[in-house]
Design a protein around this ligand. Structure first.
Ligand code: F6R
Length: 615
């Protein structure tokens, strides 16, 4: 987590840094800070607990001049969120300033060693040891900032993206990366630096993604220099052209990014599908899968690793792949998989599913599976992020930047890609008929329009939210393809409204959870017409018999559940395997409106960050 920004050029650095921090605030928002070098070589550092707006307020009457600077927005790992632990951190002499995203695992050992050399530490962070270490190396080796950073990166163990400035050299930023993302934007005689491309896009669309172990020396009006970890060889720079637009990063008239992203889903899913189903609707084309046809045809097992919402999408992917490809699929939490000494066989395929492409656990699980001989495949949203750059193959979901911390359009994008993938592999293997592929592919094409229809019921869902705003607990029930939908609905509610909610397989409820049901515990039941519809209807009766209130999500025209449930929300009929794409929408809206009614910070809920780049 945490976001870092840097600027060097002719503009006032502060403006670029603050704007960049706002763009990166989704990565962490418990404190932030900036450091600028002013003309006479003064280093001004301003930090503030809270959001970036608090920092702006704090800096409003300060000297914010200077055309070089670095900045940081924090999600605390070591040390509580306060002004002292906020970045940038400064070396003992006040000469060097540094911002860091990641975690330094051996910081206690380094801190101890530096303390013995007379260094005093003011913060509780792991980061402060890096800046002190750099100064120590510079003083002892009489070397440049670049040489000191290169040496320091050999001594630290952990994940880092760092940007470092030296008060005595206002014409240079040194940056380095290991397991945390860093992008450099190339302007006209100026450079931008950030954890992702969102702070850069309004100035330039030319970027360089730093690779693990690389160190960059960034100087205005000079060519960008990138070195390998030994600081010897200059690496070849690969310039990427960004496809993102600035409009995608704005709220576009919506009160929150989350609402914008929910309402964007007809368009984002059109983009996700575009060019991937042939014009006659008979075949799916996903080049990452087709290029690796023999791997998918011959595998005995697919493992999907993911976290949070992506894990829920993975559970739906398991149903899809097992049903249409007859390949056993195991879905693992990435954080559990990586430390479980997992059995990975040659020929296994591991799919890393991640919106951000930066989730530390998912990335580590992918690396582990790769070492053990699996063929790894990434499915991500953020172009150029770490996961798509790590595996030999993969595909993007192409739903555009997701800024709201609660994932919405990425979830539906992930499920859509997994559905297309299942059809493609099934067709290649001959485990699904051409007629079934054509039927489901046609239905996939209908999804954007059907979601639009559901969105037109948003006022009804807003009214329903008013009834349940003050409930303290919720149960979400679903079966089959919609059991993961129940998990996802509960997670959405929990994370943005702070109401306790549990997602459960509807039939499992009677083995314990049913004891919770009473008049104060509403159940949201996904009861669409699928192969377990009658069973779900029974489960609703069991809840009603115990005085529970039921909000049911039903297939259009359903009268049975309508007569039984307290409230119903209809979704159109579609192939069963695609129903989670439709049921997700009312669940997202319900959580959103309840959170708004409770006055929650919907886009930036407490304690969370969008990219979880720490363990
Ligand atoms: C919940 C949410 C998180 C993420 C999880 C994985 O709304 O967004 O649970 O799904 O942190 O993130 P990615 O998909 O970026 O790996």
């Amino acid at each position: 987590m945490c976001g870092i920004v840097g600027y060097i050029g002719k503009r006032r650095a502060y403006d670029v840094l603050i704007q960049g921090l706002h763009r990166l605030e989704y990565r962490g928002y418990d404190s932030s800070g900036v450091a600028m070098i002013t003309d006479p070589g003064e280093l001004n550092i301003y930090k503030s607990k809270g959001k970036v707006s608090a920092l702006e307020h704090f800096a409003s009457n300060k000297d914010i001049s200077g055309t070089i600077g670095i900045a940081h927005t924090r999600w605390a790992t070591h040390g509580e969120p306060n002004d002292i632990n906020a970045h940038p951190h400064c070396s003992q002499s006040g000469r060097i300033a540094l911002v860091h995203n990641g975690t330094i695992e051996n910081y206690t050992v380094l801190k101890e060693a530096l303390s013995q050399q007379g260094f005093n530490f003011v913060s509780q962070t792991d980061t402060e040891v890096v800046v002190q270490l750099i100064e120590y190396i510079m003083d002892n080796n009489h070397c440049t900032l670049f040489e000191a950073v290169a040496e320091a990166t050999k001594r630290v163990v952990g994940a880092y993206a760092i940007a470092v400035i030296d008060r005595q050299n206002p014409r240079q930023i040194v940056a380095a990366r290991q397991s945390s993302p860093l992008v450099i934007g190339i302007g006209e005689g100026e450079y931008f630096l950030a954890s992702d491309a969102t702070p850069i896009i309004e100035y330039t669309n030319k970027v360089v993604y730093l690779n693990d172990g690389e160190i960059a020396v960034i100087e205005p009006d000079k060519e960008l220099k990138v070195y390998d970890s030994n600081a010897i060889g200059k690496n070849k720079i690969e310039i990427t052209e960004l496809q993102m637009s600035i409009e995608q990063l704005e709220k576009g008239g919506y009160p929150h990014f989350m609402l914008k992203e929910i309402f964007e889903q007809p368009r984002t899913l059109s983009d996700c599908i575009s060019g991937r189903i042939t014009a006659d609707g008979k075949r799916v084309v996903l080049s990452g899968v087709i290029e690796n046809r023999s791997k998918f045809l011959n595998t005995n097992r697919i493992i999907i690793v993911a976290c949070g919402t992506s894990w829920h999408a993975a559970l739906i992917g398991k149903h899809l792949i097992e049903e249409y490809c007859r390949i056993p699929v195991v879905v693992e939490y990435a954080s559990e998989f990586r430390y479980s000494n997992p059995v990975v066989n040659q020929g296994d395929i591991l799919i890393a599913l991640s919106q951000s492409g930066e989730t530390a656990d998912t990335l580590a699980a992918l690396e582990l599976a790769k070492q053990r001989g699996a063929f790894v495949f990434g499915i991500c949203n953020v172009i150029g992020s770490s996961i798509p750059r790590a595996p030999p193959s993969g595909c993007y979901i192409h739903v555009g930047p997701e800024i709201g911390v609660a994932s919405t359009k990425a979830f539906t994008g992930q499920v859509t890609v997994l559905a297309m993938m299942a059809l493609l592999i099934g067709q290649m293997k001959g485990t699904v008929t051409d007629q079934t592929v054509e039927k489901i592919a046609t239905d996939i094409r209908r999804i954007p329009t059907l979601i639009q229809d559901i969105l037109s019921q948003s006022e009804k869902i807003e009214d329903l939210a008013k009834i349940f705003t003050y409930a303290h607990n919720f149960l979400y029930l679903g079966r089959g393809y919609n059991y993961p939908s129940a998990l996802e609905g509960a997670l959405k509610l929990k994370e943005i409204s702070y109401i306790h909610a549990e997602g459960y397989p509807a039939a499992e409820m009677k083995h314990g959870t049913i004891a919770l049901i009473d008049n104060d515990m509403p159940s949201v039941v996904i009861a669409i017409k699928d192969n377990v519809y009658d069973k779900t209807v029974n489960n609703i009766q069991q809840v009603k018999a115990r005085g529970g209130k039921v909000v049911a999500i039903v297939t259009e025209g359903d009268t049975v559940v309508r007569n039984m449930a307290d409230y119903v929300i209809e979704v159109p009929e579609i192939s069963e395997c695609l129903t989670p794409l439709l049921t997700a929408i009312p669940l997202q809206l319900l959580a959103y409106y309840i959170a708004v009614n409770k006055g929650r910070d919907v886009d930036q809920p407490r304690n969370l960050a969008k990219s979880v780049t720490v363990e």
